[in-house]
Unconditional design. Sequence first.
Lengths: 166, 267
Amino acid sequence: MNEVSLLYNFLLVGGLLFVLGMIGFLVRRNMIVMFLCAEMMLQGVSVTLIGFGRHHGGLVESATSTAASTAAASAGPWGGQMLVIFIIAVAACEAGIAMALVLMLYRQSGTLDAAYWQDLREETLPPFVDREVPEERQEDRVWPRLTPSGVEPPIDPDELLHRPRV
Amino acid sequence: MTVPLAIPALLADLPTVKEICSCNSFWAILVGSLAVWVLLPNRIPYGKTIGGVLAIVASGLFASDWPLLGNWTDQAVFWLLAGITLGAAVGTICSRSPVYSAIWFALSLLGTAGLFFFNGAQFLGVATIVVYAGAIVVTFLFVIMLSQPEGHSAYDRITWGWFPKTFSVLAAATMVAVLTFLLGNLRTEAAGSFSSESAAEYQARLTAQGAVLDQDHMANLGRHLFAEHLISVEVAGTLLLVALVGAVAIAIQGRPRLARRIEEALR
């Protein structure tokens, strides 16, 4: 296999993955989707590092190598994979904190929309107002249905009051 | 040893317009960014179809410009994995429903894990699947718990408006274009003479004792991790503990304010 073109392809795949995550993070407004996009950027960096790890994977210290090349080789074969291990650890921390934050923001606002928090913006900036929210298309509105069976239970009117969707 | 400044050297070999126009990667980036722009939530009729066709064209253009791996099985496996990873990534950012976003993201992670396996990082491929499977399940729970059960929310059907959307896609296209440009030397090197003799030599070095493709992959990885990065492992463990405590602290503080609830109930 051509190792140099393998490295080139992996660098570009990693770059594209990072960039797609960046677009999603900047453009989407659902906080859960923004969190997924942040994770995707980390994946892009991981792919790049794994590509480099394979490329430098043959730099094993040998008995004949000089001191300088030994120092260079000490991070050589495994450096990329070590970094990815720590990226996964940090991503796990980030996931925990991000989910707690999303939960707290949802409890205070009742929506996952990031635009709800736009009063944190600079004083001089105009407010962001939604114009022309597109109608939901009919084909997106189809939801799976179960065949009704059994007896319909009596519905407590109090339930309907605070759980209107049930 | 002096390091030469990068910018004058880069300015010296800027490509001409003709070179740019004859480069497939340039057209791939152009078509691909247009595809992402069309696919993102908006009001364009038949947006999914148009964007899908454009995305397929862009991936074909990319595939035609990337250097070949030299072996048809490897090449097919790489294209399949890269296609799954990037296609599912586009699906993640373009799905209207967060549930579909989470599913697409899981598929993208499977593709990434496949790429790790392809590059000889067996432990990390498995670790990615194991760690992120839990993360995806938790995300599902959150989506089901928090998002609107009766359909798509308004904020999932629109974005911040055309200006941020256009310029984030443009910024992304510029980043990929600069990356492609900077990797030009690597590409000519890859397309150049990589004889089977040097390939075999390289392979021998990669599978040597203690190298990445050695048979004792896990033993080498563990030895390296716990010998050379022991303090980093300890610090990572501490970081996880601190994140756990922080998450619990944030979640406890976030109880809904009583005054707001009363106000909403009276409204």
